[in-house]
Ligand binder design. Sequence first.
Ligand code: CUA
Length: 317
Amino acid sequence: MIGGALSGTALAGNGGFAPVDAASPNAERIADTYAWVSIFTGFIFVLVQGSLIWFIVRYRRRRRARTEDGAQIHGNTNLEIAWTILPAVILFAIGGFVFYKLPGIQDIPSANASGGRVDVQVKGYRYYWNFTYPNGVIAVDNLRAPVGQNVRLEITAAPFEVIHSWWIPALGGKLDAIPGVTHDTWFRAQGPGVYRGQCAEFCGIQHAAMTAQVEALPREAFESWLAEEARAQEAGTSKLGEETYAGACAKCHGLAGEGDIGPRLAGNSLLEDANALENVVRNGRGLMPPVGKDWQERQLKALTDYLEQGLASGSQG
Ligand code: CUA
């Protein structure tokens, strides 16, 4: 039964017991560490629970009177030496392994390493993630990245924000996004695909909706997307407005502006008044945080354009 439970743990992956399958070298090292620690905790679990059951059976009261003491047992030197030394050995084994693995988890590969490196700014807001690429391209919640290339993430939150936590389990550990402080982490996606994640620091009423994903593309596809997107964002023809609405607005106001925990937007004349809209987005209102207080002009314009064309006309039609 216990063997079954442990092998279940080893195979589970997504079953909730074990880390998801690693898709980046740092995530692999975290999974290795998890497996190594599990060996000892599994052994201790079996030992403690096994002893417990054995003691319950072996030393049960039987027909002895309630008032009568059980057999008196005094010290056992060998046993006492063993349970002093063994935990020390286990702690060294775990500690040594962790320190051996840690640099590969934490240290960001150099920009000069083979294949180069893409540096992306990651900024947490209530309740979405804003990404900025070196060429100025902005993306929301969906981070496109090249397969097989190191990506450095510069993670922060604006000074007026709260603490969030960046976490894509298949691509490495969590890292807090702290207002006014920048911390770096990295990943190198080992294959194309979509790797999902979740804000891992309780940040407010829509914390659960604060998801993120990394969409890993073959390097050439990524590079052509990035160049094309830069042109489209400069020309104002990109999907940035729609993406920003879905990330920054829809989680509270609904995808069609139908209203949810935030008021209904569909049909609201505010959507057609870019100045009034900017005022709300930049400064917040009532319970609404200033979701776009420090957005670049291009992102604000993309959103107001999208709302003027999209939601407003949608609500009339
Ligand atoms: Cu952001 Cu939880």
